[in-house]
Design a protein around this ligand. Structure first.
Ligand SMILES: Nc1nc2c(c(=O)[nH]1)N[C@H]1C(S)=C(S)[C@@H](COP(=O)(O)OP(=O)(O)OC[C@H]3O[C@@H](n4cnc5c(=O)[nH]c(N)nc54)[C@H](O)[C@@H]3O)O[C@H]1N2
Ligand SMILES: Nc1nc2c(c(=O)[nH]1)N[C@H]1C(S)=C(S)[C@@H](COP(=O)(O)OP(=O)(O)OC[C@H]3O[C@@H](n4cnc5c(=O)[nH]c(N)nc54)[C@H](O)[C@@H]3O)O[C@H]1N2
Ligand SMILES: [Mo]
Length: 669
């Protein structure tokens, strides 16, 4: 076998990360032998994370699903019998028809989320199939629902500051975000800004790598960003540090907003968040005095009962203090707001007004007596047993004997082990994809670099085939990846994007790759103004917008958070973590419980428990414990992960998941 004869083929990483690395894939004898970065995406600039470097182990590893299979043991046993695609799809069609006839389309629930952030592997022929079946709809709320509700309300989908413009800032505030793990290409821009004299503030209950390099690190208790941000606003108003001309011209709801921040003195906010009053004052002063100032708001802010209001209060800061209108000034949240591509065009079928199920309560939805019950669950692009709140309830739902579960997967995940039918999915190296970034401002297209491994097939092909078998396809509809991409790019406004993709495989959004807020992009609200207290958000939040919800329950005093780590993307690639993963505890909290590093411990609350070993970590604030997100059952002693302890309560806005509202106790066993 010749190793000389290799090719370098271009691709793009579609995983759920803001950066979307452009990739060089080394292929020899039809096999991927190495993956590296290239410079097509100027932000990712030729270097990639360690996970994606290891992606060949995902493609060729022992967990890979290679063939269609049907369950041969009892539910959840993970034992399957290989069948042909024809047999597997015939069984799926028979079950779909049977459930629809007996119970109606709404007894079918498609379940998908972030496995692939590509335009072609989600919302195309899959949406066509489920819309035409009249299936229940899924509210895609597990991530970003609170923050995007807040941004839409205040700014109406206004894109944010580009990473490349961070070096222009004099102050960078990283709020509830850990780019050192979750979007590594922002870090060099921050470092460059610091070398040019910019100050750095990090707000995070953990001393993250960037917090160690910061001029100010504030470590509030999880869920208390709202009072902190409101106290900063109050200080700005009180010290004449607001931009009156800007507020006058561009902002609605200023008086009402001012009234709402009034109650939050620095002392009151500091005692709620358990930080020093000086730190809040220092943040307010630095922010008032620096320009350009940019806030990178992360998703760590939103994952609690106050998350939506907290994001709104944080993103209101540049409007109140007048930080827009200059390069390097403003905020960055999700830059997916930069794209107006209408992905629904590929479905060729409008969404029906069927029952909407919030994915964060999948467990409840499966075990509930509801009319009709969910009788057929079709999972793809997601690993709900690993990634959703109330893991115990999700597991109980999947265990229902009268539930028929199809999992369309690349690897045998914890969820897939509960499937009745297992369908093998291609990875991005094996199918065509179109991927927009939500950090870098770029869309990229990529073709397969290898043939499908085993009998894997792409999502778009399998759902098109199911449409045909169920006599739900219409002649002339786009089915192949190029046709689907054309449909998505067929809107008038997307012509330049389509042309650029044809020429170079990449395209910037119409607003440009480095828009300056309030110069190149404006709020896309009804009247073009910033709305500090939009009535829809105010009506939605249980205590009104900016109403702080205290801890509901004080039985368990440790806040368990489950942030992302550099070793997986949500649960994707976590199968490559070989060892048991510890719960991290602050040394003071450990001492109070007689726990040392390496001890076997039980982490528990009223919802569940997990057994693993403990690891002392003085980089946490005390009162906070960490179990990383995305673990598989193999990573703990009892098979439970952080989500066994996470409630299925909703965030104040957007029906989001309160992952970081888990409150627990930890004891040695
Ligand atoms: N390597 C890697 N990269 C990823 C992912 C991954 O799993 N692994 N996931 C991707 C996805 S799906 C997303 S959504 C993004 C998320 O990326 P980030 O926005 O970085 O989100 P998290 O990791 O959830 O949390 C960020 C930080 O918030 C802190 N935090 C927790 N609770 C609070 C709080 O109440 N207030 C404040 N101020 N901070 C808090 C945590 O300690 C953590 O350091 O990253 C994406 N990139
Ligand atoms: N405790 C806790 N839990 C969390 C979070 C947290 O902060 N704490 N964060 C949450 C966040 S931010 C997110 S975004 C969610 C993500 O949760 P999920 O959407 O469940 O994402 P993944 O865990 O990455 O699982 C995606 C699965 O899709 C599969 N897949 C990838 N590409 C394809 C494809 O083309 N076709 C098919 N059929 N399958 C494919 C992958 O193999 C993988 O198993 O997790 C959430 N879970
Ligand atoms: Mo996410």
């Amino acid at each position: 076998m010749s190793t000389e004869a290799f090719q370098i083929l271009q691709s793009v990483c579609p995983l759920d990360c803001p950066d979307t690395c452009s990739l060089d894939v080394k292929v020899a004898d039809g096999r991927v032998v190495a993956i590296d970065g290239n410079h097509r995406n100027a932000v990712t600039a030729g270097y990639i994370c360690g996970k994606v470097r290891r992606f060949p182990e995902h493609v060729y590893g022992t967990d890979r699903v290679l063939y269609p299979a049907v369950r041969s043991g009892k539910k959840g046993s993970g034992t399957f019998r290989r069948v042909s695609w024809d047999e597997a799809l015939a069984l799926v069609v028979e079950r779909v028809r049977d459930v629809k006839r007996r119970l109606g389309g709404e007894a079918i629930l498609p379940f998908s989320y972030g496995g692939s952030n590509g335009y072609l592997t989600q919302g195309t022929t899959d949406a066509r199939l489920f819309h035409r079946l009249g299936a229940s709809r899924l509210a895609h709320t597990v991530c970003a629902a609170p923050s995007s509700t807040a941004v839409r309300g205040l700014y109406g989908r206004m894109p944010g500051v580009a990473f490349e413009d961070y070096p222009a800032a004099r102050l960078i505030v990283i709020w509830g975000c850990n780019p050192s793990a979750t979007g590594i290409h922002l870090v060099p821009y921050i470092r460059r800004a610091q070398r040019a004299g910019a100050k750095l503030v990090v707000v995070d209950p953990r001393r993250t790598p960037l917090a160690r390099l910061a001029d100010l690190h504030m470590a509030p208790l999880p869920g208390t960003d709202l009072p902190v941000a409101l106290a900063v606003h109050r200080w700005l108003f009180e010290h004449g540090a607001t931009d009156k001309a800007f507020l006058e011209e561009h902002v609605a709801g200023v008086e009402e907003f001012r009234r709402r921040v009034e109650a939050w003195t620095i002392d009151r906010a500091a005692s709620t968040a358990r930080v020093k009053p000086d730190e809040i004052e220092q943040l307010a002063r630095m922010y008032a005095e620096s320009s350009p100032a940019v806030i990178r708001c992360g998703w760590g802010v939103e994952r609690n009962r106050n998350g939506g209001s907290a994001v709104a209060a944080i993103l209101a800061l540049p409007a109140v203090a007048g930080k827009f209108g200059v390069r390097g000034g403003g905020f960055t949240m999700s830059n997916s707001m930069a794209w107006d591509l209408d992905a629904t065009r590929a479905a060729c079928e409008p969404e029906p007004a069927t029952r909407l199920i919030n994915m964060n309560r999948l467990g409840q939805a499966l075990v509930d007596e509801r009319e009709p019950p969910i009788a057929l669950l079709f999972v793809y692009n997601a690993n709900p047993l690993a990634t959703l709140p109330r893991q115990g309830l999700v597991r109980a739902g999947l265990a229902r004997e009268d539930l028929f579960t199809i999992d369309f997967e690349q690897v045998l995940t914890d969820t897939a082990r509960w499937a009745d039918v297992l369908l093998p999915a291609t990875t991005f190296l094996e199918h065509t994809e179109l991927r927009k970034a939500y950090g870098a401002m770029l869309v990229q297209s990529a073709r397969p670099v290898i043939a499908p491994v085993g009998e894997a097939r792409p999502n778009y092909a399998v759902y098109a085939e199911l449409c045909r078998r169920l006599v739900l396809s219409h002649p002339g509809e786009p089915e192949g990846p190029e046709e689907l991409a054309d449909a998505i790019l067929s809107g008038d406004s997307s012509r330049p994007i389509a042309a650029s993709l044809r020429d170079s495989g990449t395209a910037a959004p119409l607003c440009g790759a480095r828009p300056v807020q309030f110069v190149d992009v404006l709020p896309r609200t009804s009247d073009g103004k910033v709305h500090l207290v939009p009535s829809a958000l105010d009506a939605e939040a249980p205590l009104g917008l900016y109403g702080y919800q205290h801890e509901a329950d004080d039985r368990y005093t440790l806040a368990l958070i489950s942030p992302a780590t550099s070793r997986s993307i949500s649960s994707s690639l976590a199968q490559l973590i070989a060892e048991q993963v510890a719960v991290e505890i602050h040394p003071d909290d450990a001492a109070a419980r007689g726990i040392a590093t390496g001890d076997a411990v039980r982490v528990f609350n009223e919802l569940g428990q997990l057994h693993t070993r403990a690891e002392l970590n003085d980089q946490l604030r005390h009162g906070v414990a960490v179990v990383p997100k995305g673990l598989w059952s193999r990573h703990t002693a009892d098979g439970n992960t952080a989500n066994s302890l996470v409630p299925d309560t909703f965030t104040d806005l957007g029906g989001g998941a309160c992952f970081n509202d888990a409150r627990v106790e930890i004891e040695r066993i």
